[in-house]
Design a protein around this ligand. Sequence first.
Ligand code: SAH
Length: 268
Amino acid sequence: MSDDTDTGMVYLVGSGPGDPSLLTVKAKELLDTADVVLHDKLPGPAIIESIPESKREDVGKRAGGERTPQEYTNDRLVELAKAGRTVVRLKGGDPFVFGRGGEEMEHLATAGVPFEVVPGITSAIGGPGVAGIPVTHREHASSVSFVTGHEDPTKDESAIDWEALAATGGTIVVLMGVGKLPAYTAELQDAGMDPETPIALIEQATRPSMQVAVGTLDTAVDIRDEVGIEPPAITVIGEVATTRERVCQWIDQTQHHHFEQIETQDQS
Ligand code: SAH
């Protein structure tokens, strides 16, 4: 039982890309012991449904498709902690990669609520990884940039300098980049990037419904539509995307095995 006079604790926890066995040991322990888990949809059904419904609070999209305001989530975290609860704020991937974890942490600090950060495997690295694509490679890319394809619509100008990114010669990993794919693949080509530059799109990485599509900067939009890639998906741009075809045989075998395991778990 929690003592209401004592402030509780908030854990900002990354869930990894969706396969429950990729939760960290600490994340799993906290999900088992926390009083309340605030989450959105990104951790995915396998992880969310493993948490008892009585301690789940969905702070993602509300009925009608509207996003829960960030202020609500911030205030709810403080309110629960001040009532003595142990709270997990569960976020897909890593809490600090395009996840607003930074904002929430600052809010907790300002409110005087104790918190701890529990990193997770980000889909930006692990997503390409399970598809057989290393984000860096000694022969292909010695740098990697992580960018959002979906910027704050209230910003007047794009904060992303695609021309500068093209000039790095390294890998570009785009998150939230399914809808805006036509815009940024065009910008990169305008910036002088070779239209033959390899691209891979990885949807639902590490989940049973994972899909991968491979093409070039020039064909990216066509392959997205042909394969039917939908969010959540990662876009990888750069030579590293060709690694997949050299290891595909092994990757597909492993994934098959892995999906069977998940299905077996679901039945139990
Ligand atoms: N904090 C998260 C990213 C949040 S932004 C992380 O570290 O992974 C949301 C975006 O993450 C999605 O639009 C998509 O681009 C990416 N994403 C998250 N999980 C994914 C998954 N399992 N497969 C592919 N992309 C994923």
